[in-house]
Each structure stands twice: as C-alpha cells, then as structure tokens.
Design a protein around this ligand. Sequence first.
Ligand code: NAD
Length: 477
Amino acid sequence: MKFDTDFHMLINGTLHSGNSRLDVINPATEQVIGSFPDAAPDDLDQAAAAARAAFPGWAATPIAERQAALAAMAQAVIAHIDPLKRLLTAEHGKPLAEAEVELQGVAYWLKSAARFELPVTINEDSATRYSETRHVPLGVVGAIAPWNYPLLLAIFKVGPALIAGNCVVLKPSPFTPLTTLKFGELVKDLLPPGVFNIVTGGDSLGPWMTSHPAFDKISFTGSTATGRKIMETAAATLKRVTLELGGNDAAIVMPDVDVGKVAKDLFWAAFRNNGQMCIATKRMYVHKDVYEPLKNALLDYAQSVKLGDGSEPETQIGPMNNVPQYHRVLDLIEDAKAKGYTVISSGEPVGKSGYFIPITIVDNPPEDSRIVQEEQFGPVLPILKFDDIEDVIERVNASSYGLGASVWGGDEDAAFKVAKRIASGTVWVNETQHLSPSAAFGGMKQSGIGVEGGQEGLLEYTSAQTIVRRKAATLQR
Ligand code: NAD
C-alpha cells in the first residue's frame, strides 16, 4: 500500500514541501511508502524565526487559551485515529493495535498537559517585603524525537513546552516522520502561526538545530551516544537540555513469585514493540528456585506469539523498524552464538522481505557479555540466574544506565524494599512500563538529564523568576 505522498513540513502555520525529498520504507515489506521534505538550513532558519516571532504573543496568551488549544489537538488525533494508525504501522512496523495505543496515548498526554498550571510560590509577604517565584517560558524549544514511539515521545515534549508558553520546532526521526507530519497538518489551524513547527530531514538537521542560536532549549529523546553530542553542541550557546536517553532495564524476579501469573507480563516487558523501547526489560535476573520454570514459560509463550506485518490483524510483533537497528541486534545475537552461549530462538525469520528477527532468549550468559552489558533495543533477551539478593542488586546497579527497572515477587513489601535500592529513574513492582503524564520520568546516570511528565517535567520548560517588592511603608523619604 502506497500512502499519500503529500507530506509537508509545518512552518509558520503553512505547509512546505521542501526542495528535495527523502523516502520512507515500510520495514515489513521494504517498499517505499511515501516521501518527506529534506529541509535545507534556510527551512530551519524560517521555522526558528517563526517560532521566535510568535513567542511574545503565545507567552502572553492566557493559560486557559493555551490549554484549550491542546485539548483541540487531542481531539484532532482522536477524530483521525484510523488513518493515523495505519500510517504509523506502515512506517514503523508495529501492529495496528499497538499503533492505536500509541495514538490514544498522544491524545491522553495532550489532554493531561492541558490541565497543568504553573505554580507561583510566595517566599515572603511581610510588613517590609513581598517576594514571589514564578515560572516563565524559555522561548523557542527544539524537540528532537526518536523512531520507536515517534509521535508519543514527541508529544511528551510538545504538550508541556506549549502549555508553559514556549514555541516549538519539532524534528522527528528520518525513519518515522510521516505520522508526525500528518499530525502537523491536522493541528495547523488550532494554534497561532509559528507556535508549533515541524521540520524534517536527514542526518544534518539535528546538529543544525542544536547549534542554532535561535533555540533556547533542546529537548531530546534518543540514544546516549547522541545525547552526549547534543550536550556538547548545546554548550556553545548555553542552551538548556533535557536528555531522555538509553537504558538497560533489569527485571529482578524473586523466589516467591508465582511463575504462572507473571510469565506473560514478563514476556511483554521485554518484547513489547519488538523490544524497541527505552524501558523494555533488557536483562532479566531470575532467582535460581524459579529460573527453569520461568525460562520454560517464556519460551512456551514465545511460541504462541504471532510475528508478521503489523497491518495484518493477528500480528502481535512486527519487524525491526530500520536497517541499522536490525543489523545491531543481529550482531549481538551472532556475538552470543560465537561465544558459545545458549541462544534459543522462537523460529526462523518470517517472510521473504522485511527486517524480521525471531524472538530470542540467551540462557544465563556471563554478566560481562555484550548481550547483558549493551542496550539491545530488539527482540533478544538475556536471562540470568541469581541466588543472593545483595549480589543481584550490585549487578543491576553496576550498569552505567539507570532508566527503569522492575522487581517481581509474591511479598510486595519485600519487593518494594528491593525496588528502593535500585539506581534507576523509575522502578516498578510487579509491573513495568506504566507511565503517567502526572509522574516525573527520566534517567539516572547515563540514561539522561532532567525529566518529562509531572510538575517537574513542566518546569523544565521554564525559568524560575523571583520578583521582590519592598513595601512602600519602609521606603525612606
Ligand atoms: P538516535 O539518538 O539515533 O536518534 C534520535 C533522534 O536524534 C533522531 O531524530 C535523530 O535524527 C536525531 N539525531 C541523531 N544524531 C543527532 C545529532 N548529532 N544531533 C541532533 N540530533 C541528532 O536514537 P534512535 O535510534 O532514534 O532511538 C533509540 C534510542 O533512544 C535508544 O537508545 C533508546 O533507549 C532511546 N530512547 C530513550 C527514551 C527515554 O525516554 N529515555 C525513549 C525512547 C528511546
């Protein structure tokens, strides 16, 4: 299926085709499904200038009006959810049901951001002085998004940035720009021109943004390696940064767990979205008492899961999204095999085309193996045996990553105590991946700087400003 090729950037409230185009490939079929503008530096300059020009008016717009605009954007997504989900599946590969979950999340996050208020703290209100701290918008925010949840992770930034009174230039990943561009078209008349812009392009566009003097902040979601480059480039103009980076989330499975009850949840903790999730379980530490039963339950369940083209209704896991990631995951599997680890795959790659990798489990590899230490971001999971809780906490916390983690056990209080000792931005007990627009989410260590979500996330799009007024009665004549 070839989609409408008419995808445009959104700059200053109008649609722009750009002077040259890049193709998007459906990862299940390897067919070109559309093309998108490859922005020139001049296009970025225009978007940044439009955002800068729109900023004073948007910042002065009553927050109730900004909230109403976000609620209308949410409504536009819901009204077009069917074509949007087909487009998302075609460019990403994820099953239609998962695409719908992502788009429902987009609408929910926009509606939730629309409910936020900016706090004012009164520091002093005495006979001599009044002092308050308020939160003012930063100016122009550059939002840079990855390909794994293309529109949802962009909206994690766009919603709070707009509510706080900033203008935004959003750059989606070149692997998955189409749903974002259609979203731009749907919402273009819901905001004043220039308040929200979308630019697309190849590998040069991100660095142009992070070095561009018109941006006050870069909010980035992507790999830790790119996060480092962004921080370095942003330093030249002291841009604020929020960096949501990679992870190597551990699940700790305690000996008192009910294997029959948790096996399916643990499977999806690792393999939802084909493992292409920052907070996927990427190493599973299982107590020796339940190791064999859980391993067998995971392998049995894997046999029942349907891999295939995401547009087919029964598909539960699609292909890898793109060629570089496909090869990165295959390389990790090959390395595990070459080292002689026990590598168990659920089957052969499906179909003649597409970037498909069967579900793969690596049985108790060494702690220092690549498959345990590196972020795989794909459908291969190492499961590791432990028998001492102190030892496993040490192994989990030894990682340079600290994004998410989970602890699974029959005794919830004991599991909660273990959770509090894990050095990760979020730790779940007996579940994973539950995110909320009202809760701060971010990484410790090399998984990021700053947070998204909640009051804390909103305030990252503001500067704290303290205003101090000496009272007239104390002024000397
Ligand atoms: P990536 O770092 O390759 O790219 C992310 C975005 O940055 C893309 O839009 C890309 O075009 C752009 N980019 C690339 N180089 C750039 C540069 N030098 N300057 C500015 N922009 C640049 O990441 P990816 O492969 O798209 O995403 C996968 C990674 O993202 C994984 O590591 C995953 O864990 C991480 N991730 C983190 C979170 C989180 O919330 N912490 C969420 C999702 C994904």
